[in-house]
Design a protein around this ligand. Sequence first.
Ligand code: NAD
Length: 252
Amino acid sequence: MSRSVVVTGGAKGIGRALVARFLADGDRVIALGRDERALDRLRGELHSGVAGTLRTAVCDVTDEAAVAATFEQAGPLDVLVVNAGVSAAAPLARTTLADWEQQLAVNATGAFLCTRAALPAMRKRDRGAIVTVASTAGVVGAPYTAAYTASKHAAVGLMRAVAAELAGSGVRANAVCPTFVETPMTERSVAAIVAATGRSEEESSAALASSSPLGRLLDPHEVADAVAFLASDAARSINGQTLILDGGGIQS
Ligand code: NAD
């Protein structure tokens, strides 16, 4: 049965793979993003030859009023994927307040605003799935990622508290926690390593790839597969869990 699905940060990277996946599954997908031109491109690229239907809307997930209006217009959802996110790396001593606030605003407050906006209609119909795209940084700390790690721990904490509120209902909340994924975000991380260390792009990319036992970057479609599972009825007994995608480095 066709589901109503919202993907935040849906125009690029993992979000784009998520949109493609839900469209292939025949769902009615609404991709949210900040950049109207990127959303236009997404519609052009993904609209034809798929089973589902695609709409897009401009929505900054840190804007409380915009989130409320966008979710009101979207109507009741079967699936919300909290995916929009930002990252920046720096040692704690060089982490600015602006860096800290931006990552908390998008990764934590944005997750809160979108989850809060989607939940009442799900509760009313007693069905729905919320899947947060967190990170391995949502479950363990890594150097030079204080703001990102704090924001992703907050997103995982939010998901767990919501799952506890939902326990026993037909609505579920879970998270996926991927290691580095081949997306524009990781391209920016590689460029930052090149700039900071003088290493080549290949060496910098290999350093990120070797940070997990996978020894490679994840494909965004692997993240989409895990999200699609947690959003599906096949995961109907799973609530409040983190699914870690790193080849077995972190076990919980
Ligand atoms: P990306 O930068 O390629 O895409 C992120 C998307 O989020 C973009 O479309 C961007 O416009 C959107 N976005 C950012 N701020 C926003 C805001 N305020 N409102 C609305 N949209 C906003 O990144 P990605 O790698 O595809 O990351 C997607 C999610 O996966 C993020 O939450 C990220 O933290 C997480 N993640 C990424 C990796 C990785 O290695 N790339 C690993 C683990 C988790």
